[in-house]
Design a protein around this ligand. Structure first.
Ligand code: ADP
Ligand code: 5GP
Length: 210
């Protein structure tokens, strides 16, 4: 069931929720699920040069492009942020963000710590959320259990995890994804609280009450 509507008319400009985590912590699962249950929240579809995993659909999970296409987009300034992550290129289309925002959606972005830092410089009032695993052993088990990456790739992601975790102070909120239902409730609460800020309430709605 969809929940968490703000009071009054929604603000024209959409809110941005930036979610980062070490690979395997569960951010994709959480971002997909929260955008399914929260109304007017869209999950931003990134561009990547990584090869699709089993079950991943083009333009649904990612827009899968080759290096040439990605670099051409980069040259034309089409990315709001981009980064090399685990040896592949990933980027957020500025046009897609604008289109969703203009339609009145809030947007949740699942991006790495380098991308989040770039965003901080451009969108200081976005909400920054960091997802942590309960411990490193569980992180490893989740990466292995996902069965989507080769052993060498899993090792690389585990090595990068420690560097990514070191950036946690750059974020406004921390969620420890031990129990998925609890973590989802916490992420939803952050979104709900943000939407309930006084600045989001339509002045016309208040006027009509007086
Ligand atoms: P990320 O996007 O951070 O790399 P995923 O969302 O792909 O991580 O999750 C990695 C794996 O862990 C997936 O197989 C997912 O189903 C599983 N997972 C996610 N959250 C939990 C949880 N709280 N408990 C157990 N397994 C989880
Ligand atoms: P995966 O290959 O597991 O889907 O994602 C690897 C990493 O790339 C994750 O940390 C994910 O958050 C990040 N990522 C996905 N899309 C983007 C993006 O558009 N920009 C940046 N900077 N990172 C992204």
């Amino acid at each position: 069931m969809k929940r968490a509507e703000p009071r009054g008319k929604p603000a024209v400009k959409g809110e941005l929720f930036i979610v980062s985590a070490p690979s395997g912590a569960g951010k994709t699962t959480l971002c997909r699920e929260v955008s399914r249950i929260v109304p007017r929240l869209k999950h931003s579809v990134s561009y990547t040069t990584r090869t699709p995993r089993k079950g991943e659909k083009n333009n649904v999970h990612y827009s899968f492009v080759n290096q040439d296409r990605f670099r051409a987009m980069l040259k034309k300034g089409e990315f709001a942020e981009w980064a090399v992550v685990h040896g592949n290129l990933y980027g957020t289309s500025a046009k897609r963000l604008k289109e969703l925002s203009n339609k009145g959606y809030d947007i949740i972005l699942d991006i790495d710590t380098q991308g989040a830092l770039q965003f901080r410089r451009k969108f200081a009032d976005a909400v920054y959320v960091f997802i942590l695993p309960p411990n490193m052993k569980i992180l490893e088990q989740r990466l292995k259990g996902r069965k989507s990456d080769m052993n060498r790739e899993i090792k690389r992601r585990l090595l990068n995890a420690r560097k990514e975790i070191a950036s946690y102070r750059e974020y406004d909120y921390i969620i420890v994804n031990d129990n998925i239902k609890k973590a989802l409730r916490e992420l939803e609460s952050i979104i709900t609280a943000r939407r309930l800020r006084t600045s989001r309430v339509d002045a016309g709605f208040i006027k009509a009450l007086k």
